[in-house]
Design a protein around this ligand. Structure first.
Ligand code: FES
Length: 129
């Protein structure tokens, strides 16, 4: 479920509740109608935050995102949560998790977050057996 504050828009991917689709659809409608938007805040799946930023950049609206990379030690020492923001290396656990969404390298973040996908699947299968 995704929401836009001020007025509440709720979307579900499958249409099981309120509007069918992604939050980016009401967001874009909202930005088209309302010129006075101080800040857009994106929290959720990386692909959603990436697309929110794509739209808000088009409308020149400041956007903060709360990133959720893989975290291991949470101290800035392991490097697990490394993200690139404004072409600089940041560690989400100590420098974030909130960043200017228009400066985040989402492609890299998505690649890094999928590094252990096969191991995660194996782990789930192993725990079910
Ligand atoms: S979780 Fe290890 S550096 Fe951030």
């Amino acid at each position: 479920m995704n929401a836009i504050c001020d007025e509440l828009y709720i979307t579900t991917d499958d249409g099981s509740y309120k509007e069918k689709g992604f939050v980016t659809q009401p967001l874009e409608r909202y930005l088209k109608e309302k010129k006075e938007v101080d800040l857009v805040y994106g929290i959720g799946p990386i692909i959603m935050m990436k697309n929110v930023c794509r739209i808000t950049k088009e409308y020149d609206k400041p956007t903060m995102v709360s990133l959720n990379p893989i975290m291991i030690d949470g101290t800035g020492m392991c490097g697990g949560c490394r993200v690139t923001v404004d072409n600089k290396i940041k560690f989400c656990c100590v420098d974030g998790p909130d960043f200017d969404g228009h400066k985040v390298d989402f492609e890299e973040l998505m690649k890094r977050n999928s590094l252990y996908r096969d191991d995660e699947k194996d782990s789930i299968l192993f725990s079910i057996k």
